[in-house]
Design a protein around this ligand. Structure first.
Ligand code: FE
Length: 336
């Protein structure tokens, strides 16, 4: 009798172990992310620690990741794509590699302007693309709007990053949405006329050029300023929030979507929902000195120190919808 109980107990245990194993294989989530290891692994580790669900991920640039999901088709191991810029997420949506997601949790956590109108992707953190100025040569009172950087008094004083970067394409797309193409082209010609030097390949080099006296003003993503300022506290450059009397500062995002053929769509949705909530938002944004996309969550102390600002409420999806138009317009205006 006793031996039988033991065998039964052992059988029950092994069945249970099998069931647990099956559950975790079914629940694992595979992520393709253009957000680098250091900026994403702590978030996944926190989720696994809380739920026991393993999160596997690979990192690469957004274009190869998106092409890979497309090529893998129905056989893709990827459940989720994480990348930056609404322009890129919109492209992924157009490629048909993301599936629409009905989630009350996400709808409650993230404002609609930071989500796709088809619910194919959702913003997780926000970055402003704003004005940076030399504290040696510019008084903040001299600054007002993005548009005013086309004025004559900035001639030979402006630095810009290349128009090849999606961040500038997205900024231009929202300008077209606001002003129309003709006025935006004039404005960008004004910026190009005011350039102090060739365009930069990255935002960090641009801020360093301002610090070094090569130019007086520029336009950059806030987290590049944050990173550089952390390394060089004596940086002779500061952030300025333009268009505060009008539409507000241009804001873009890092975000995610569930792939069209996700093998673990349900588990991926749970992870994504968690990433929009209180536990994950501060961590996700804080790792890259960004603002949480969930407005109920405060930014880190470092980010909060830049001061609060009014953000443009335009749906960021516009960055994708007008991307092709923006690229052609920038080219016509001579923005290299
Ligand atoms: Fe970036």
């Amino acid at each position: 009798m006793q031996a039988r109980t033991c065998i039964l107990a052992a059988l029950t245990l092994s069945t249970l172990a099998g069931a647990v194993q099956a559950a975790s294989a079914a629940d694992e989530v595979v992520v393709y992310t253009s957000r680098i290891d250091e900026l994403i692994k702590p978030v996944f580790d926190a989720y696994t620690a809380k739920t026991g669900v393993p999160v596997k991920f690979i990192t690469d640039k957004e274009a190869p990741l998106m092409a890979r999901i497309k090529a893998e088709g129905a056989n893709t191991p990827a459940d989720m794509l994480i990348t930056v810029d609404a322009g890129n997420l919109w492209q992924a949506e157009q490629m048909g590699i993301l599936q629409p997601l009905e989630s009350k949790v996400i709808a409650a956590n993230i404002p609609p302007q930071y989500r796709s109108s088809t619910n194919s992707w959702v913003g997780l953190s926000l970055r402003a693309r704003t004005i940076v100025y030399s504290t040696d040569r510019v008084k903040p009172q001299e600054l007002s709007t993005y548009e005013a950087l086309a004025d004559e008094n900035w001639e030979g004083r402006l630095c810009l990053r290349t128009s090849k970067k999606v961040y500038n394409q997205s900024l231009t797309a929202t300008l077209i949405e606001t002003h129309g193409a003709a006025k935006t082209e004039q404005l960008i010609k004004g910026w190009v006329n005011n350039l102090a030097t060739d365009v930069f390949s990255d935002d960090t080099a641009l801020i360093q050029a301002i610090d070094a006296g090569q130019c007086d003003v520029g336009i950059v993503n806030t987290y590049y300023y944050g990173r550089l300022h952390q390394q060089e506290p004596d940086l002779k450059a500061k952030l300025f929030w333009p268009n505060q009397e009008g539409r507000g500062v241009h804001v873009n995002l890092a975000g995610a979507g569930i792939t069209q053929h996700a093998p673990h769509a349900e588990a991926a949705q749970k992870l994504l929902e968690w990433m929009t909530g209180a536990e994950a938002q501060g961590l996700f944004a804080g790792l890259n000195q960004e603002f949480p996309a969930n407005p109920a969550i405060a930014p880190s102390a470092e980010v909060a120190a830049w001061g609060s600002f009014k953000a443009d409420s335009i749906p960021v999806e516009v960055a994708g919808k007008r991307q092709a138009e923006a690229i052609m317009l920038m080219d016509r205006a001579g923005w290299r």
